[in-house]
Structure formats: structure tokens, C-alpha cells
Design a protein around this ligand. Structure first.
Ligand code: SF4
Length: 315
């Protein structure tokens, strides 16, 4: 961590995370809520054997409708050392998953760099997926160059007003577009293996919000206008009202078929022919994973990979 404090995302809190926490609610210590195969990502990511998701606690965007809001508490999940985190990655690989999927890790970017370098030289062979909100600084993302194979960023908002209302981040559209540009510079358009699984590239996600079809159409236009057809895109229909969205009347329902269809039609109209779409039934709280990483599981995994990681220098 630089002496000036944490400036690693656009929030630029400047706080010393050894002593306190910033907007993301986390200190320098990794806190993890779940490390398990996950079967509900895009088929090109989950495949048949699942994506090896590792859910990090905290978030630097903290959208008011977050489905994983249980992870925003500073004490949620379990504190995990770098060695334990590497052991979790190796155990997921041995379980047969197609990739290691780091979910909402942007506020740990600097802390993850030495760990990702070390785990590659200690047996991690499958692709690493960076699954983020895209509210990230270009400087931080540059540190990941060569360490991440697949970027899975959101592009949530096209207007500063909506970004401010729902995520306290009026600079989101500009920051996210710059972040996605850097991701594309690093890994380029999607590439697939012989089984149709993604092995490299950028797959952007856009979640359609109720009452915001126009916002979505504009978001797609902004992406297409800036990056052409160089990225994969998932247009998501799984918005689910959460208790904490009560103060936002527009967010109290799911997305209508008419709204979602209008966004899909527009995507095709502007030539986004790599778009993946979702069924209406996707809007359900059953998509929220069970956040149950236990101390016992962590100890068991650490013990199992102790020898493999024995000569790993201290991170
Ligand atoms: S990573 Fe967290 S502490 Fe650092 S600038 Fe972003 S929100 Fe603030």
C-alpha cells in the first residue's frame, strides 16, 4: 500500500487500510464469503463443470439494489491469508472447474498482484476471470496485465444521474468506459476453446433495470460507439427487488417483457450480434448464492496444499 493511503479505485478514499476502512468497507485483509464451483454464469464461463468462484466481501460501488448486500458488512465472510487464498484457488482447480473467477475483487487489486503471480508458478493453470463492476482505475487495472485472462465487467449506467442515485458514483459511466478500454487492450475480443468455453477476452454484462430501458439502450450505444464489436455482451434480465430498494420506487418490480425486448431489439439493430440474452424466469432471489465458506473448510484446504505452497515466498 502506498504511504498516501488507498487510491486504487475511483473513490480515492486515501485511507490507510492497515488501520481503517474506506467506502469499500474492507481493510487490507482479504475477507471471503464463498469459494465453490458456480453454474449460473454465462455458459461460456460456467461450462459443464462450473466456474471456480471466489466471492470477496466488500465492494467499492455498493449499488442500492445489490443482491449480495450481505457481503458489504466489514465483518462478513472469513478473514483469509494470501496462502489460504492460493490454496482455495488450487483446490477449485483440482475440483475440475474451468476457471478461477474472482468476484468483486477490485478493492483488493494491489493486494492480489503478488498472490496471482505466485499461484501461477505453483500450479495454477486454468484461466483467471476478473468479475467486476468496472468501477476501477486504469492504473490499478494495468497491474493485472498478464495475470487475468478473461474480464467480465459490468457496464451498469449510461447516465451520471442514475449512477449517482443508485451507486453514489456520478463518474461511473466515464470511469467504467475507460476501465473497459484498458481490459480490451490487455486481452482483446473473446476467444473460445474447442468446447466453446471462453479462454480469453472481454465479456461485458449489462443488467436492465425496471423503468430504465432508455438508459440501457444508451448504454449499449455507448459501448458499441466506442469499442465497435470487439467484446461479448450479456444483456441481463435478472433484476430482483431487494428490501433495501424500498426508497427507490422505480426499482420495486422486475423488468417487464416489453422493456427487455426493446433493449434486445436495439442491441440487434446496432449490430451487437454477440449478445447473450436471459429468460424472464432469471429474476429470482434463488440466484443469490449461499455464502457459507467455513473455517473448517479453509483449514482442510490449507492443510492439503501446504506442501505445494511450502517454498512460496511470504506475501
Ligand atoms: S479500494 Fe476501497 S478504500 Fe481504496 S479507494 Fe476504493 S473504496 Fe476507497
Amino acid at each position: 500500500m502506498k504511504p498516501s493511503g488507498c487510491m486504487q479505485c475511483p473513490r480515492q478514499c486515501g485511507c490507510n487500510r492497515e488501520e481503517t476502512i474506506g467506502f469499500c468497507t474492507q481493510s487490507n485483509t482479504f475477507r471471503i464469503a464463498r469459494a465453490a464451483p458456480h453454474f449460473w454464469e454465462e455458459p461460456v464461463i460456467s461450462g459443464r463443470s462450473g466456474s471456480g468462484t471466489i466471492f470477496f466481501c466488500g465492494c467499492n460501488l455498493r449499488c442500492c439494489y445489490c443482491q449480495n448486500s450481505a457481503l458489504l458488512d466489514a465483518k462478513s465472510g472469513i478473514a483469509v491469508t494470501p496462502m489460504q487464498l492460493m490454496a482455495l484457488m488450487l483446490s477449485l482447480q483440482d475440483a475440475g472447474v474451468h476457471n478461477i473467477n474472482l468476484v468483486t475483487a477490485s478493492h483488493y487489486t494491489e493486494q492480489l498482484i503478488p498472490l496471482l503471480q505466485a499461484v501461477r508458478s505453483h500450479g495454477l493453470e486454468i484461466p483467471v476471470v476478473w468479475n467486476s463492476s468496472a468501477y476501477e482505475s486504469v492504473e490499478s487495472l494495468r497491474l493485472l496485465d498478464g495475470l487475468v485472462n478473461i474480464y467480465l465487467p459490468d457496464f451498469k449506467y449510461s447516465s451520471k444521474t442514475t449512477a449517482a442515485d443508485y451507486s453514489h458514483a456520478p463518474d461511473y459511466p466515464d470511469a467504467a468506459l475507460n476501465a473497459i478500454e484498458e481490459m480490451l487492450r490487455q486481452v482483446g475480443p473473446p476467444q473460445y476453446d474447442e468446447n466453446g468455453l471462453m479462454i480469453k477476452g472481454v465479456q461485458i454484462r449489462h443488467l436492465v433495470l425496471p423503468g430504465h430501458a432508455m438508459e440501457s439502450r444508451r448504454a449499449l450505444w455507448m459501448l458499441q460507439n466506442r469499442f465497435g464489436n470487439t467484446f461479448g455482451i450479456s444483456i441481463m434480465n435478472q433484476y430482483t427487488p431487494m428490501p433495501q430498494t424500498a426508497g427507490h420506487p422505480k426499482l420495486s418490480r422486475t423488468v417487464s417483457e416489453k422493456e427487455y425486448d426493446s433493449v434486445i431489439r436495439y442491441a440487434l439493430q446496432i449490430g451487437l450480434d454477440r449478445a447473450l440474452i436471459q429468460e424472464q424466469s432469471a429474476a429470482s432471489q434463488s440466484f443469490i448464492p449461499d455464502f457459507t465458506l467455513s473455517e473448517e473448510k479453509l483449514e482442510e484446504v490449507s492443510e492439503k496444499y501446504k506442501k505445494t505452497l511450502a517454498n512460496c515466498k511470504k506475501i
